[in-house]
Design a protein around this ligand. Sequence first.
Ligand code: SF4
Length: 297
Amino acid sequence: MRLKIARKVGFCFGVRRAVEMAEEVLKTEGKAYSLGSIIHNKQVVEALSKKGLEVIKSIDEADRGVLVISSHGISPETAGEISKRSLKLVDTTCPFVRNAQSSARSLGREGYTVIIVGDANHPEVKALYDFAGKKTYVVKDAAGLKALKLKPNERIGVLSQTTQSMDNFLGVVNAIRDTKPKSLRVFNTICKDAQVRQAAARDISRRVNLMLIVGGKNSANTKRLFEVCKKTLRKSYLVETERDLRSQWFKDVSVVGITSGASTPKTIVRRVAKVLKSSAVKAEKKGRLQTVHDKRK
Ligand code: SF4
């Protein structure tokens, strides 16, 4: 069995920055709150909690002390509420998410009907919605757009959750074009890191028998990678850690591809690879196992 591991695994820039900022403040303050999970990875959140980071659901749970804002950002309303309290703020909002927020705000201010392509329940999208203002809709895909029944001659602005797939985003943009809007402004706010990981995942999944996507089951970008791989390869599995691996998946499998979400630490990817290597060695005592870092992406 050979392993093909995507070149880009482990934290993306924004997640690494958020975790480092949280760790830094915990070193000096000893304790801090995070409004929602700082990133969507259970293992990292648990590790930070041991260092003193307490996850709260609402700012009402934190009157004073240090509050860490996640890389997904917060709405202007929440920022206003926080400013009324005696809280020291550590804002880890990813700069690429900030860019999407300012696109949403400028479209809203210029009177456009704003369409956000993404998951309406995701914290990043909830904040984008508030930035864009009243005439805003969130759609998952082109089919969701049809349900909006947009009128012809509307001025429409469209942007995306940073971790969406480009195909889905373009599908919505084309569906908006079909409604013959008076004008259409398109902001491609999909993060480059997400695009690179998706392209690599698609490419690797074409060249392997089984694909593993390592990451949080609540992580939007990990789920997107899983969907991308699943379209190419039925034998694609999302695993949070090596404990989720099942031996029956690997029957008649000679090449395994591995990729990871942007909020998955490299250490977990390495543990998954290590378990695969050691099980393969046990199963085929003489078999040689090669780990190849995929250099194409
Ligand atoms: S995936 Fe992109 S937008 Fe999201 S935190 Fe990472 S770098 Fe930022």
